[in-house]
Each structure stands twice: as structure tokens, then as C-alpha cells.
Design a protein around this ligand. Structure first.
Ligand code: AMP
Ligand code: GLY
Length: 422
């Protein structure tokens, strides 16, 4: 009998997870909470709260063998602890290890204690002391809310006014609630950004492929930050030598440090790095797959996804060979007009049936309205192609995108272009 697997989340990342699980010979059925219109074509979706009690109830009722968590919020709330306490299998870190993403103050102090390369910083719980430090340091400078702020808690300030304003927004106005009880103020780093992923079972660290995200809304990295407008893998500048160095200086030491602190790390470890003139430095850690990075990484995963998940959960990574295809992939996000600001929803999405079958279309903000598919979020679809090279994947994905239409649809035309100019 195959396994029954539950995926928690509703984005294109979770659609990619469900799609990948469906290819696994060991998987009998996939469920999702809450899922979306795309996921519902592959999995049975349930609109229950992503909290321990209703989820455990569903797991019981449907006899689910294994649960995978897409987004960070349930991990911070301790969903893994609750599942484990009931003897249920779940993929992801416990609450005390999810702090790597949940608290920047915790993480920066860990880096300091264990000598992991990162931007110089100070943390503050007193706004006046933080103001004094800003005056002393000058600009450019980076101001970060300690806790989760839906990607809006980081301000890279080119001038003093912006820096003080960021501090007021976070600490005085508490725009992100308790996430702003403390701030980290850190040195502004320069360089190429890369997202590095590894699987960890508490002891063993196995690298996945790296990717590059495109966070700004417009071509040429202009405009405000978004949840991510596209990604590609592998980044050409992230060569073997750099990879070895990142594993030795960052990924392995962090996993050792977490074990030494009594917070063994299990799950996907995602390092957002800046490749500076002084070597790679950590900007942030996340405790899950990235979105849109998952949409390019999972299509390149050669090993059966269920095997990978079970190796991590059961602590067998040292005995499980895990490989990725030596190919490339590119993901372009199709967004609603106005995103990341205000946007409308409910516009009909047309043309999906005309897209070539070798292109993957993962849904994010979509919903069924009668017989139609309509927009239901800022990021609507992730369109993904693989190829022998990044250039080939770019050609393929951009050739197919114009077949898809919805009112106000916009997307970046330069996803992966950096890889071609290097
Ligand atoms: P984070 O959520 O910490 O990854 O920050 C979001 C974005 O802010 C990153 O992807 C970087 O582009 C930028 N950023 C964060 N920290 C720094 C830093 N120390 N220097 C320069 N840019 C940064
Ligand atoms: N790609 C950014 C994130 O998932 O946080």
C-alpha cells in the first residue's frame, strides 16, 4: 500500500510539492490544507485551520501517513512539536529550531557565538539606544524587525531619514506587532544574492541545488520588494569552489551549532546569502523551501520526493543517496496589476490549455468560479520550464507565457537574464 501525504499551504510552492509527490511510486494519495484551484486537480483539499487540533483530526480521519509543511507560520507555532507528541510523522523543524527564521536576534547571536560569517550588527530593545546607534553608524544601513513580518520587516536604508523612519515603523508604531519588540541594525553588504538549500535530519547535511530569486517587482531589479517574481537554477556564479566553502563555513556549522544548543535542526535549511568581496555572508535563514525557489528546485530533484522526506524524518540522510538532475530551470511569476500593492481579484484566467505540455504551471492565487478559473491573489501563477541550460529554459518559458491571459497580468521579462551575462 502506498502512503497518504498531506501538504500544508496554498501557494505555487505547495502546488509544486503536490505535483512532485504525485510522481512518487510510494504515494497513494495526496491531501492539502487549504490548497488552491491548481492543487485541487491533484489532491483532495480541506479548508481547515492550519493548526494542530484540526490538522491532527484530519490526519486521523484520512489515515494520513506523513505531513509536509510549506510555509513558515505553522512551524513557528510548533506544529511539528504537536505532531511528534502524538507520534505523527511530519517534515520540518520543531518550534525551538524554527527560531532560525522566527527571530533575527536569536540567529545573529548564534552566528556571533559560532563564528558564522554575517553582516556586523547590534540588536536593540530600546528605541533610543537604537537611534543613537543609527546616528553613530551613518548610512547605508539595514534595519530589521526581530520577528516575522511577511517580508516587510527589512529596510535597506540609503539615507538617515529612511533608517529612522524604518525604526519608528517597527519599534514605535509596532507595524508588525511583537515582531518589532526588538530590532537588528546591521551593516549593508554588497554583492550577488543566492538562495542555498540543504536537507538536514539533525546530524547530516545534504545540499540541494541553489537558486537565484528576483525580489523586486520590475525588470532590472527596480521597484518595491515582492514575495518573489521569479527564480532560476543553477546560478552560474555559484561554482563548486564556492559551494564547498558555503557548506564548510555556513551550512554545516549552523547545523552543528543548533545541535550543540539543544535545538537539532530537521527539515530544509534555506540560507539567503550575499556573495561579498570578503566571501559569502548570511543575510537570513529560512526554515522551509523558498517560493518561488521551490518551483525551480523540485523539477530538478531526481530522487523520489517521498524517499527524501522520509530520509529526513527518520534520520537516514547519511544512508540515502540524493541527487539532482544536471539541468536548469526557470520560473516566471505572473502577477495581478498593482501587486505588491493593492490589486483586484476575480479576473478570468484564459489560455492555460494552449500552453505546451512540457511547461509546468503552478497555481498560487487562483480559484474556481463556476466553470471558470479566476485570479485570487497578488501572485497568480508560476510558469516553469526546464532545459539543458538556463538559456534554453528561459526561451521555452517566455515563448509560452503569452498564451496565458488575465486582465492586468504582469511579469518580469528578465528572469534568469543575469545568468546569461556572466
Ligand atoms: P532578509 O529578509 O533578511 O533576507 O532581507 C530581505 C532582503 O533585504 C534581502 O534579500 C537583501 O536583498 C536585503 N538585505 C538584507 N540584509 C541586508 C544587508 N545586510 N545588506 C544588504 N542588503 C540586505
Ligand atoms: N523566496 C523568498 C522566500 O521564500 O522567502
Amino acid at each position: 500500500m502506498g502512503k497518504k501525504v498531506l501538504v500544508i499551504g496554498q501557494g505555487a510552492r505547495e502546488h509544486a510539492m503536490v505535483w512532485k509527490l504525485k510522481q512518487s511510486s510510494g504515494v497513494e494519495q495526496v491531501f492539502a490544507v487549504p490548497g488552491n484551484a491548481g492543487i485541487s486537480q491533484l489532491a483532495e483539499c480541506f479548508d481547515v485551520k492550519p493548526e494542530a487540533e484540526p490538522l491532527l483530526d484530519l490526519v486521523d480521519r484520512k489515515q494520513i501517513d506523513l505531513t509536509v509543511v510549506g510555509p513558515e507560520a505553522p512551524l513557528m507555532e510548533g506544529i511539528v512539536d504537536e505532531f511528534e507528541a502524538r507520534g505523527m510523522k511530519i517534515f520540518g523543524p520543531r518550534r525551538d529550531a524554527a527560531l532560525l527564521e522566527g527571530s533575527k536576534v536569536f540567529t545573529k547571536n548564534l552566528f556571533k557565538k559560532y563564528g558564522i560569517p554575517t553582516a556586523d550588527f547590534r540588536s536593540f530593545s530600546d528605541i533610543d539606544e537604537a537611534r543613537d546607534y543609527l546616528r553613530e553608524r551613518g548610512t547605508p544601513i539595514v534595519v530589521k524587525a526581530d520577528g516575522l513580518a511577511a517580508g516587510k520587516g527589512v529596510v535597506v536604508a540609503a539615507d538617515k531619514e529612511t533608517a529612522f523612519q524604518a525604526l519608528d515603523t517597527i519599534m514605535r508604531d509596532r507595524a508588525f506587532g511583537d515582531a518589532g519588540r526588538e530590532v537588528v541594525i546591521e551593516e549593508c553588504l554588497q554583492g550577488e544574492e543566492v538562495s542555498v538549500f540543504a536537507l538536514c535530519d539533525g546530524k547530516t547535511v545534504v545540499p540541494m541545488v541553489a537558486a537565484q530569486d528576483h525580489k523586486r517587482v520590475f525588470d532590472g531589479d527596480r521597484g518595491p520588494n515582492t514575495g518573489g517574481m521569479g527564480a532560476y537554477s543553477p546560478p552560474p556564479f555559484y561554482n563548486q569552489e564556492l559551494h564547498q566553502r558555503v557548506m564548510k563555513e555556513i551550512m554545516e556549522p549552523v547545523v552543528k551549532a543548533m545541535a550543540a544548543e539543544g535545538r537539532p535542526y530537521k527539515g530544509v535549511l534555506y540560507a539567503g546569502l550575499m556573495l561579498t568581496a570578503d566571501g559569502p555572508k548570511v543575510l537570513e535563514f529560512n526554515v522551509r523551501l523558498g517560493d518561488p525557489e521551490a518551483q525551480v528546485i523540485l523539477p530538478l530533484m531526481e530522487t523520489d520526493y517521498l524517499t527524501v522526506l522520509e530520509a529526513v524524518i527518520d534520520g537516514k540522510l547519511d544512508r540515502t543517496p540524493i541527487s539532482f538532475l544536471p539541468r536548469a530551470s526557470v520560473c516566471v511569476v505572473l502577477a495581478s496589476a498593482g501587486y505588491p500593492g493593492r490589486y483586484e481579484t476575480g479576473h478570468v484566467i484564459a489560455g492555460l490549455e494552449d500552453v505546451s505540455p512540457d511547461i509546468l504551471v503552478f497555481h498560487a492565487g487562483t480559484r474556481r468560479y463556476g466553470s471558470q478559473l479566476v485570479t485570487d491573489g497578488g501572485r497568480v501563477l508560476s510558469v516553469v520550464s526546464t532545459g539543458d541550460t538556463v538559456a534554453q529554459a528561459i526561451d521555452r518559458v517566455y515563448r509560452e507565457i503569452p498564451r496565458i491571459r488575465f486582465e492586468g497580468m504582469h511579469y518580469r521579462r528578465d528572469i534568469g537574464a543575469r545568468a546569461l551575462n556572466m
